[in-house]
Design a protein around this ligand. Structure first.
Ligand code: CAA
Length: 409
């Protein structure tokens, strides 16, 4: 609650991913290695791969369209007025499509939002969606009539044949931050940690990230300790008062390692199975999308809310958000009664199941095609079955369109 007693938090949360998928067995077979290194060792089974006409904008718009459609319908049902609801759109990404214009402006246009809206893009590796959440909470705390749309969307790309290759992926989430939220109230205390390090980064001239793999794992765990320690020193609840944990997931095994680390740090008596139960449901969607950078922790939240068998109403979730470079934050939220009525569990399952499986040659051609197209005007092949597509570049400007077949919500 805020100082004035108002609850603020996430009212709606929607998911989208690309419409193609590569099973990591296909990658392992091509590499001649045991697939269990991926299925078990890093905890990933598949990675979402963008079609030629999909990117962070098309995924972000597909996720956000579900929230906007519901909001529009609710407002019309309530008072018959036309939709006028969103005055701030924050687009969080580290795989931006333009160095100047916010990807959110393309989404604003695709969704037909009103002109009286501030739109901005945020970047700090995988952390920026959490910055967006905190900024959104501030806007709502100042004026409880405000509704802030946050979109987190990323395509995780590493060089072909690099050690990071199996941890690629793509997904987007959109969430609506409001007063009196229906899904989860975000509590005010948080712990922060920033450290100028070179664990993972992407220079301007590269479309793929560079990473010091083992160092990045150690840096993540060190940041967790730093953020947790500050969280506690600022009056955050103790470990035992948190029922479930949701971590940034570059690959799902990382969340398991992080939870083991935090449990050891606080001297928790929980055994391995009890610790796993606190994170297991949060891993299921990410295991199938692959890394979605800044979206991944909120894909994890959705997975937790949809897949945990227990009734989570009134339960507290601990969040650890990590963005290489590095900035991180530990904070908590409490699940609201009736949260299950807000979820789109079957549709989210379909979004994963309905992806078209691609072979290794197609995956490599798509990967290489992104760099080949840089700097020139071109039209993309019409491939996506989704509601929005990236049509190509003309006069050096990216062009987006609604598709004929896809339904936006
Ligand atoms: N069966 C079961 N398990 C197996 C196995 C098999 N046949 N073969 C190997 N394994 C296990 C290994 O024991 C290891 O497990 P532990 O870590 O628990 O010991 C796991 O599989 C991975 O094996 P390796 O460490 O040998 O794998 P690797 O050297 O090829 O690299 C990696 C792994 C460093 C994660 C690499 O994929 C990478 O660089 N990924 C990108 C960087 C990354 O994701 N960093 C995370 C922190 S940074 C961050 O969070 C920001 C972000 O989003 C990128």
């Amino acid at each position: 609650m805020t100082a004035t007693g108002m609850r603020v938090g996430i009212h709606d949360l929607a998911f989208a991913t690309t419409h193609q998928v590569l099973d990591l067995r296909t990658l392992a077979e091509h590499q001649g290695i045991d697939v269990n290194k991926y299925y078990i060792g890093i905890g990933q089974t598949e990675m979402s791969v963008p079609c030629a006409d999909e990117d962070i904008v098309t995924m972000g718009a597909e996720a956000a369209a579900q929230i906007v459609a519901r909001l529009r319908a609710e407002q019309q049902a309530e008072d018959g007025q036309a939709f006028d609801g969103i005055r701030t759109l924050l687009f969080a990404t580290e795989s931006g499509v333009d160095q100047s214009k916010s990807a959110g402006v393309f989404v604003h246009s695709l969704l037909g939002l009103g002109e009286h809206c501030r739109v901005v893009e945020l970047k700090q590796a995988c952390y920026s969606a959490t910055a967006a959440l905190q900024f959104a909470l501030g806007i709502v705390a100042r004026d409880e009539s405000e509704k802030v749309l946050v979109i987190a969307s990323d395509v995780a790309r590493y060089a072909l044949d690099s050690s990071g290759e199996p941890t690629q992926g793509a997904a987007a989430v959109a969430f609506l931050v409001t007063a009196d939220p229906a899904l989860i109230e975000i509590e005010p205390v948080s712990g922060l940690h920033t450290d100028d390090i070179d664990d993972f980064w992407r220079p301007n001239h590269l479309s793929t990230a560079l990473v010091d793999g083992k160092y990045s794992l150690a840096a993540y765990l060190r940041a967790l300790e730093g953020a947790w320690t500050e969280y506690r020193s600022r009056g955050g609840v103790d470990f035992e008062a948190i029922d479930r944990f949701c971590y940034h997931q570059p690959f799902t095994k990382m969340a398991v390692k992080a939870h083991d680390k935090l449990s050891a740090l606080v001297g928790s008596p929980l055994d391995k199975d009890q610790r796993r139960a606190q994170v297991a449901a949060s891993l299921e969607l990410n295991r199938r999308t692959g890394n979605s950078y800044t979206a991944s922790i909120y894909v994890g939240l959705l997975s937790l809310l949809e897949r945990d068998d227990a009734d989570l109403a009134g339960r507290r979730i601990g969040f650890f958000s990590y963005g290489s470079g590095s900035v991180s934050e530990f904070f908590t939220g409490v699940v609201r009664p009736g949260y299950r009525d807000v979820l789109r569990t079957a549709a989210d399952e379909r979004a994963l199941d309905d992806r078209t499986a691609i072979d290794h040659a197609r995956y490599r051609a798509l990967h290489e095609g992104i760099d080949a197209a840089q700097g020139s005007d071109y039209e993309t092949a019409a491939e996506t079955p989704g509601p929005f597509r990236f049509a190509g570049v003309s006069a050096q400007v990216r062009r987006y369109a609604r598709t004929a077949g896809g339904s936006p919500a």
